[in-house]
Design a protein around this ligand. Structure first.
Ligand code: SAM
Length: 216
């Protein structure tokens, strides 16, 4: 990446962390337990802790980075190693943006299982805005592929793009790029979780998010 690209990336990443931190830290009850699933280096959650030291935050990821800002546990990506009803808040930033539909369905059940009945989940996904940006990029390279992807997304509500970008980064084989129609998330995900709020483009004007609670 060139210097301008790196600078842009740092600014964008910094703003994203700030926006997400402020919205999470402001709504949590005192001493809440928080799990950041697919936390990466845990930077977002570490900022939440800085704003709210009473919170008990931990992260879990399939790929633990050499340096992390919060304690991060490694797992195999299937069953989450926590008892039922363990957390007040489960957050998931930019992870459903990379998993296929079958994997997501298993995950929705697992995430609901470990969240307390009166707890909440905040899950982000790549909705209409993210897809339009992706579509512009692909259309500039191959208009037919862009049209096929659009048609698939409109028909199925979900598009899993198996581009080669992640292949050499050490991520598992199921990890690519996924786009959702908001209607798919609002309807299909409610099989496992109950919708409390839909927040379009809350994540940097780019990803959408839903706030949900477990169904018991
Ligand atoms: C785009 S990164 C987002 C990292 C962090 N949440 C953030 O927003 O900065 C996606 C993360 O999901 C993790 N991941 C991929 N598949 C996963 C799975 N099945 N379970 C948990 N994490 C997964 C990856 O290792 C990566 O850290």
């Amino acid at each position: 990446m060139n210097v301008v690209g790196q600078l842009h990336s740092n600014i964008v990443y910094g703003r994203r962390v700030r926006v997400l931190t402020e919205s999470i830290a402001s709504v949590l009850p005192t001493n809440a337990t928080v799990l950041d699933v697919g936390c990466g280096d845990g930077l977002i959650s570490s900022r939440v802790v800085a704003a709210r030291p009473d919170l008990r935050i931990e992260g879990i990821d399939v790929l633990v980075r050499p340096q992390t800002h919060i304690p991060v546990r490694q797992f195999d990506g299937s069953v989450l190693p926590y008892a039922d009803d363990s957390f007040d808040l489960v957050v998931n930033h930019s992870v459903f943006t990379h998993l296929d539909d079958k994997y997501q369905d298993q995950w929705l059940q697992e995430l609901g299982r470990i969240t307390r009945p009166d707890g909440v989940l905040v899950l982000s996904f790549s909705g209409d805005t993210a897809f339009r940006q992706h579509e512009e990029t692909i259309a500039a390279i191959d208009a037919d592929i862009a049209a096929q992807e659009r048609a698939h997304l409109e028909e199925h509500g979900i598009l899993f793009v198996t581009d080669p970008v992640h292949r050499d980064l050490g991520f598992p084989g199921f990890y690519f790029a996924t786009f959702h129609k908001p209607a798919y998330v609002l309807e299909h995900w409610q099989e496992w979780l109950e919708l409390l709020a839909f927040i379009p483009r809350n994540n940097l004007d780019f990803q959408d998010a839903v706030v949900m609670r477990p169904r018991r």
